[in-house]
Design a protein around this ligand. Structure first.
Ligand SMILES: Cc1cc2nc3c(=O)[nH]c(=O)nc-3n(C[C@H](O)[C@H](O)[C@H](O)COP(=O)(O)OP(=O)(O)OC[C@H]3O[C@@H](n4cnc5c(N)ncnc54)[C@H](O)[C@@H]3O)c2cc1C
Length: 460
């Protein structure tokens, strides 16, 4: 997404742009695929930062304007309503902050003044201004809220949708995601992520951009601190004035390492992200609402405190995210033909990576029902067989699936915890965009591509 957005922006201003993609399908972490003729999105739960048409000054409008894509092309349909479900307590939220504020006022009356102060601090914070240090969100929240349960409940969705850091998140990321999820909100195109990818590809073609699929970059050679040669997997060598890499920071550093003698390697190395996930997908012959599952997304936690960390077990069943893509307001009587029940949970990359193919398949068969059972129980449905009799098909991906299809080391969906806010690398004409520049999710990746193209190429 970041690469396509950067490419559109540059080609719009007459630059000769080539996008190199190792996979055979576009979209990266948010692509799509088909099994037995049934179409699946890789990951799409929600497009964040949704605001109704006409609302000005928000990221969604800015990115559409910068890319010159008409809003209607994305067919964004708002959520019905989501929930943060902890033991014995749920906080509901909709698009816009008021429902969440009201729920917190009722459940945590002693914290509501603190919440309003925290919100004031969040709204006043310029998340795009350069920062020397990354403050931890927990310490900033503690200045306003004293209740650990409320703190954990507020952090759970934001960490799940974008923290590359264990236990805590950077305050800048917290602000970006608070605004994206609690102030603005969730939407989904009726036909899923392919609608967004299609719009980006169409625009990229219109402005004259070129794209090569199944065409990975194997290494980059540096001379006089500039990338002089990009070598592809098939041995082809290319040159470019500017290179924007959306492969990730760790992954881009590895491409430099492979292309250069020891002496010219960049000094500081980013850490591989510790957080990866499994996702189970269950296709139903019934709408989830018909089974009493009416939420759009539920962020759940079943233990006393919320633990966001690389787990000891293959999958951490204590918390997770349930998404039901049917539960959006598609309008015009539209509804997906089949029901979908998706569950995301934190998983241990090392475990999944260590398995031989047969053991890997066995582990998937063992963990799929456990993930689903834990999620159903956590969201208040103790009948673990609820979905079984209506199941048409299932799929499950693991940290190694993510690594295999997107090249992200450690299957780290949110990349390295060491972000580079200005996108600069140690090499003069090589910049980072996307996940490791610090803007996450679909909207974040698009904004990142746009802003890095503007900063390093168009205004250079
Ligand atoms: C399961 C899942 C669910 C998600 N759900 C949501 C959601 O509901 N809403 C949301 O907003 N976000 C979601 N995300 C996150 C979102 O998908 C990402 O944050 C965003 O797509 C990142 O885009 P990117 O362009 O930065 O990186 P990527 O999507 O990682 O793109 C990098 C691209 O570079 C290619 N590449 C890597 N190395 C090379 C190489 N050497 N040569 C050539 N090509 C290479 C990869 O194949 C990939 O296509 C989800 C992610 C996952 C995995």
């Amino acid at each position: 997404m970041a690469g396509l957005a950067a490419g559109i922006r540059l080609a719009m201003y007459g630059k000769e742009v080539l996008i190199l993609e190792r996979h055979n399908a576009p979209g990266g972490l948010n692509s799509f695929y088909a099994i037995d003729g049934r179409r699946y999105d890789v990951g799409l739960h929600a497009v964040t930062n949704y605001v109704p048409a006409g609302v000005k000054g928000k990221p969604l409008g800015k990115l559409l304007r910068q890319l010159r894509i008409a809003r209607d092309e994305l067919d964004l349909c708002p959520q019905f309503g989501s929930r943060i479900a902890f033991p014995g307590l749920s906080l509901r939220f909709e698009n816009g902050f008021s429902r969440l504020e009201q729920e917190i006022a009722e459940a945590f009356p002693g914290q509501i003044d603190g919440l309003r102060q925290l919100r004031k601090a969040v709204l006043a914070f310029d998340e795009f201004a350069p920062r020397e240090e990354n403050l931890g969100a927990r310490a900033c929240i503690a200045q306003h809220l004293s209740d650990p349960l409320l703190t954990d409940m507020l952090l759970c969705p934001l960490m799940y949708y974008g923290s590359a850091r264990e236990h805590d998140m950077d305050f800048g990321q917290f602000v970006i995601l608070w605004k994206a999820i609690y102030e603005e909100g969730f939407a989904r195109p009726f036909e899923g992520v392919r609608v967004i990818i299609r719009a980006l590809l169409k625009r990229f073609r219109e402005v004259g951009g070129k794209r090569k699929m199944k065409c990975g970059v194997r290494r980059m050679s540096v001379q006089d601190n500039r990338v002089r040669c990009i070598e592809l997997d098939d041995g082809t060598q290319l040159t470019a004035d500017h290179i924007i890499s959306t492969a990730g920071r760790v992954e881009t550093e590895a491409l430099l390492d492979k292309g250069n003698p020891q002496s010219s390697k960049p000094a500081a190395k980013a850490r591989v992200g510790a957080l990866s996930f499994v996702e189970t997908i269950t296709v139903l012959n019934k709408q989830p609402a018909g089974l009493g599952l009416k939420d759009t997304i539920v962020f759940f936690n079943q233990s006393e405190r919320f633990h966001y960390e690389n787990p000891q077990s293959p999958v951490d069943l204590r918390s997770g995210v349930v998404c039901m893509p049917n539960n959006y307001d598609y309008g015009d009587g539209r509804q997906l033909d089949e029901g979908f029940f998706r569950v995301t949970a934190i998983a241990a990359y090392d475990y999944w990576k260590s398995l031989e193919p047969e053991a890997y398949q066995t582990a998937k068969r063992e963990w799929y029902p456990q993930v689903q059972r834990a999620a159903l129980k956590a969201i208040g449905h103790d009948d673990s067989g609820l979905l079984q009799q209506h199941t048409l098909a299932t799929d499950m991906f693991t940290p190694t699936t993510i690594e295999h299809f997107t090249g992200h080391a450690g299957g780290a969906v949110y990349g390295s915890p060491d972000k580079v806010q200005d996108g600069r690398t140690t090499v003069d004409n090589l910049y980072l965009a996307g996940t490791d520049q610090g803007f996450l999710g679909i909207t974040g990746a698009l904004l990142s591509g746009i802003s890095m193209a503007n900063l390093h190429v168009l205004s250079a």
